[in-house]
Design a protein around this ligand. Structure first.
Ligand SMILES: Nc1nc2c(c(=O)[nH]1)N[C@H]1C(S)=C(S)[C@@H](COP(=O)(O)OP(=O)(O)OC[C@H]3O[C@@H](n4cnc5c(=O)[nH]c(N)nc54)[C@H](O)[C@@H]3O)O[C@H]1N2
Ligand SMILES: Nc1nc2c(c(=O)[nH]1)N[C@H]1C(S)=C(S)[C@@H](COP(=O)(O)OP(=O)(O)OC[C@H]3O[C@@H](n4cnc5c(=O)[nH]c(N)nc54)[C@H](O)[C@@H]3O)O[C@H]1N2
Ligand SMILES: [Mo]
Length: 764
């Protein structure tokens, strides 16, 4: 391989000096070097601001620098000195901007003033907030509320999110899809019948008591790097960490704490995973079935021999239902099936099962490698099955830990952002605000996309995010978006969703969470919920990017005032004047969850929302935790066709991005430099299929609807990944995902298991 090859093995630990260099360079790139370092000192501190990057827990006793490399990048990205001004839009038509990459678009800096698309010039032109609200409201009034979608990306605060769902419902719509529909919806749908709670059951305190962690499908070093501190501490106590991931992700291999002088100056990286199993993409259900089968059979043997039981029989008898059926299914599953689907040997799985059986308290953690599959919901339930076998839920040091994505994605659902009416407190809202909320089911993300395709969606409002890019099937969807009557995007940075717009289009710029939010009663704070159901306060530190910006609550209130008839029970303006009043309204709506909200939200470490499963109270119809038998262990069971030339493509994030926001083209930990247009595959697959390292290829999806989905000009490279699997980057590969290719029942796009073929690129 030549020295400037784009793919080289990265042999340093995660963190370390590489991390320090990366933080310094993003501060310079965003022109905020000195100022940025001061701001970073407040990140994730009990009296500071909640990082806008990931949702990992924020400890009560933080480190001096309670931020990671990627959190620092997200901060620099938001407080950048770069601005998109009116002159920028005078210079560029939207058709021209369509040829720009997402990276180039967002690199222009922060949006500064409300804009309306002018069809005659194909440009965004300045407008006033009053005119924007009035025109949007008059468009919405002419529509059936059931044809309007209110999307939320998971970053907006609890306060904004509560107001946003109320606006949608008072208008008459439950169409409240959010980013979790593409993310942990498989968790919400999978956990409820299993343990009667849609969220995880562990807090930071459990990490100190666990003696074994099982990790599935999460790239921690990149996507929740602060957790490496908990993992490092756990390793120092001798805790076993057993990882299942097709790729040897650097952060799960070893870590040098960039905040520890000793580790920075000596080669003192901590080994993170004690066992690393490179499971085949889509092979987790089979691997977990292997673990369960072993535990159940060892327990059978113990009963025969009169030796100590392997399973927690008392817990199973008192707390669970469905064990016999599940155990029978696991006993009947053959090793041929398990080893075939998981691509792991029985001996390997025995090593992992032995640690599980030995451990007194096990936490299972997981990410998108589990949820973004057609079998995503079953995958999640296989994890709970595994935990229930030894009573590893609802006691200290044990439990299930879905690692959430956006910094308030879990909280948005908590305060009513959901398309499923049964999950929202509709009776309570009706009583509090004297209106009749819609009771019919709204559209999820995939259903909203289908609605756009069918012409059923007439209006789309995006509270943050980059919906048109984050969702599947761009080639099919882009033309359909043009026929939507109204698109409104509330955003901080320019992205492609602002260009793939409807007949009437608005771009409404808002304050970011790190900016000072001044309202009538003074500077305002907001709140967010982390992955462990702890709720934290956050207030801004830097001057707003422009005087014209409104806060997200003010934008929602502006829309509500223009659209809805006066309602004496909801004083939107008073809420904007003083956000404590919004928190008061949230507490009135959810008195058990948000008791003394205004007093408690600055508590160091946040306050923990009560989750019944943590106390072994199972809010399931039968009052038990349920073992659930998976339909199949075969991810490809209903594939159109499979064959030796078909590979499974997983699309993941690199080290220099936050979702569709790309900060740079390198993916340091995976050794990829200067490009994202690559497909990483096993060396034997590369040669078997007749390609050489670095060849340009055309990749196409095996579709079953006659539509061609392909990307030409991608480069293939050999990589340490199981045979038959391939990795590409999100969002570059999203045009390859058919809209119909999603998890059953949760409808999460199956972004981690796309059946594809390769051929030589037409360009050479
Ligand atoms: N810096 C940064 N932080 C982020 C984000 C970001 O983009 N940048 N995004 C945020 C959001 S919204 C989310 S949802 C999370 C996402 O965080 P992750 O859940 O880590 O998401 P991905 O980057 O998609 O990585 C998925 C991981 O699963 C593995 N994987 C893929 N397929 C399989 C499989 O079939 N089985 C198993 N066992 N593993 C598999 C991949 O190798 C990869 O390690 O991170 C959040 N935090
Ligand atoms: N192929 C593939 N597709 C995926 C995934 C995958 O792994 N593979 N992952 C899925 C997942 S897990 C998720 S969560 C989704 C993410 O989907 P989204 O949440 O829709 O996308 P983001 O890229 O996070 O949105 C970035 C934009 O948000 C805006 N923004 C940033 N901060 C703020 C703010 O404070 N307020 C407002 N109003 N706007 C703000 C900026 O304009 C920025 O351009 O993508 C999904 N799509
Ligand atoms: Mo996510």
């Amino acid at each position: 391989m030549s020295t400037d090859a784009p793919i080289k093995e990265y042999s340093h630990p995660a963190g370390g000096w590489g991390s320090v260099k990366a933080v310094a360079s993003i501060l310079v790139q965003e022109h905020v070097a000195l100022h940025g370092t001061q701001v970073l000192m407040h990140q994730n501190k009990p009296d500071g601001f909640a990082c806008v990057s990931c949702s990992w827990a924020k400890p009560a006793d933080p480190h001096l620098f309670e931020f990671c490399e990627n959190g620092a990048k997200a901060t620099a990205w938001e407080i950048t000195n770069k601005r998109v001004d009116a002159q920028f839009f005078e210079t560029h038509t939207l058709s021209e901007l369509e040829s720009w990459s997402g990276f180039e678009l967002e690199s222009q800096g922060r949006l500064g003033a409300p804009m309306r698309w002018d069809p005659a010039s194909d440009r965004y032109v300045p407008t006033t907030w009053e005119d924007a609200f009035a025109d949007i409201a008059s468009e919405l009034r002419a529509m059936d509320p059931k044809e309007v979608v209110f999307y939320a990306s998971g970053r907006a605060s609890l306060e904004t999110s509560y107001m946003y769902q109320l606006l949608a419902r008072m208008y008459g719509s439950n169409n409240l899809p959010d980013s979790s529909n593409m993310c942990h919806e498989s968790t919400s749908v999978g956990l409820v019948p299993a343990i009667g709670a849609p969220v995880g059951t562990v807090t930071l305190a459990d990490f100190e008591k666990a003696d074994c962690l099982f990790f599935f499908g999460h790239n921690t070093g990149t996507n929740a790097p602060r957790m490496l501190h908990q993992l490092q501490d756990a390793r120092k106590r001798g805790v076993e960490i057993i990882t299942f991931n097709p790729i040897r992700e650097r952060g799960l291999v070893d870590f040098a704490n960039p905040q520890s002088p000793v580790e920075m100056l000596t080669p003192g990286a901590t080994q993170i995973s004690t066992q690393y199993h490179q499971v085949k993409v889509g092979g987790d259900a089979a691997a977990i079935a292997g673990l369960c089968k072993l535990l159940i059979e060892w327990d059978d043997e113990a009963q025969r021999n009169g030796t100590p039981r392997v399973l927690d029989a008392a817990f199973i008898a008192e707390h669970t239902h469905g064990f016999d059926e599940f155990a029978a299914a696991m006993r009947a599953t053959t090793w041929k099936e398990i080893e075939g689907h998981a691509h792991l040997s029985r001996a390997t799985l025995e090593a992992a099962a032995r640690e599980y059986a030995r451990a007194k308290a096990v936490i299972v953690l997981y990410g998108m490698g589990i949820t973004q599959h057609r079998s995503g919901v079953h995958n999640v339930q296989m994890l709970t099955n595994l935990l229930l076998l030894r009573g590893n839920i609802g006691r200290p040091g044990a439990g299930i830990c879905p690692i959430r994505g956006h910094s308030n994605v879990q909280g948005q659902r908590t305060v009513g952002i959901t398309e499923k009416p049964e999950l929202a407190p509709l009776d309570r809202l009706a009583e509090l605000y004297d209106f009749e909320p819609p009771r019919d089911k709204g559209m999820s993300t995939v259903e909203a996309c289908r609605g756009v395709l069918d012409g059923k969606v007439k209006g789309f409002i995006g509270l943050g995010g980059n919906f048109q890019v984050a969702t599947p099937d761009h080639h099919v969807m882009d033309p359909a978006w043009r026929k939507v009557r109204l698109t409104v995007q509330i955003a901080t940075k320019l992205n492609r969703s602002h260009l793939i717009h409807g007949e009437v289009a608005y771009l409404l710029p808002c304050l970011g969470r790190i900016e000072i939010d001044r309202q009538a009663s003074g500077d305002q704070a907001v709140s967010v919920e982390d992955s462990t159901a702890c709720i934290h306060g956050s207030h801004g530190y830097v001057e707003p990017a422009s005087e014209m910006l409104l806060s997200e609550p003010a934008i929602v209130a502006g829309l509500a005032n223009a659209l809805l008839p006066r309602n004496p029970r909801v004083d939107w303006d008073a809420w904007v004047d003083d956000y404590a009043k919004i928190r008061g309204a949230i507490e009135q709506t959810y008195p058990d969850q948000f008791r003394d909200f205004n007093e408690r939200f600055w508590q160091p470490g946040g306050f923990h929302r009560p989750i019944p499963a943590c106390e072994r109270k199972w809010k399931t119809p039968n009052g038990k935790a349920n073992f659930i038998v998976p339909e199949t262990l075969d991810e490809d069971a209903d594939m159109p066709s499979t064959g030796p030339d078909v590979l499974r493509l997983m699309t993941t994030r690199g080290d220099s991005q936050f979702n569709t926001t790309v900060y740079g083209l390198d993916d340091r930990f995976r050794g990829v430099t200067g490009t994202r247009e690559v497909l990483l595959m096993h060396r034997d697959d590369l040669t078997r299929l007749g390609f050489a390292e670095g060849d340009a290829v055309c990749i196409s999806t095996l579709s079953n609807d006659g539509i061609t989905r392909e990307l030409d000009g991608m480069r293939v490279h050999a990589f340490d990944i199981p045979q038959g699997c391939m990795m590409g980057y999100y969002p570059e590969c999203n045009p390859l995902i058919p809209l119909y290719h999603h998890a059953k029942s949760s409808l999460v796009p199956a972004a981690k298991s796309i059946p594809v073929r390769l051929r030589k690129s037409s360009g050479g």
